[in-house]
Write a protein that binds this ligand. Structure first.
Ligand code: FES
Length: 188
């Protein structure tokens, strides 16, 4: 298999100008498949989607499915393999709220801030979660147990206000129920 033009050692750092070609982010340093941060499955997926329209979003979904977020190193490698500028990758990641740039905690808390939930007290839920965990929205606790996000309507407005932990839905929530729920998930 031919070597690809990608250098992991440059990930996370500034890419020297002499390693850039054609205005994109392609790197000229030869490397091997073993140095890829992407799994063989993801590489295979990229191979299948490389020339298809909409491939960037499909590939980023696949990367996030594997890592739980889009690591910087993976973003650089996807850019290189799809021959698109890194700026375009980050443009997509920041435009679609689905994509995450930070590694989530072991347990993912999502509080719905859609209209129905907002009107029924979602903000108070977030305040209480922040107080209980000692960390803010869109962040992860120092022990990496929980990450907290506000999300758009999750589709069960009749249960507002709604929170999900690792995909499990809790509805008609009151702030004083949260400590018990979080303790239960922490023990999982
Ligand atoms: S607004 Fe929260 S579930 Fe719809």
């Amino acid at each position: 298999m031919a070597a690809i033009s990608f250098n992991v050692s440059l990930i996370g750092g500034k890419v020297p100008d002499h390693n850039r070609t054609g205005g994109g982010n392609r790197l000229n340093t030869a490397t091997t498949e073993q140095e890829s941060v992407l799994t063989p499955e993801i590489l295979d997926y990229i191979g299948k989607w490389k020339d298809k329209p909409g491939n960037l979003i499909m590939v980023l979904h696949r990367v996030q499915e594997h890592f739980g977020y889009i690591p910087r190193s993976a973003a650089f490698e996807v850019a290189d393999r799809l021959s698109v500028p890194v700026a375009k990758i980050y443009g997509v990641i920041t435009f679609y709220h689905f994509f995450r740039m930070k590694k989530p905690g072991r347990h993912r808390i999502q509080v719905c801030m859609g209209t129905a939930c907002y009107l029924k007290g979602a903000e108070a839920l977030i305040d209480e979660i922040e107080a209980l965990l000692g960390t803010g929205l869109n962040s992860t606790t120092p022990d990496n147990e929980f990450s907290i996000e506000a999300v758009r309507c999750v589709g069960c407005c009749g249960l507002a206000p709604v929170m999900m932990v690792d995909g499990k839905v809790y509805g008609n929530l009151l702030p004083d129920q949260l400590a018990e729920i979080l303790a239960k998930h922490k023990g999982d």
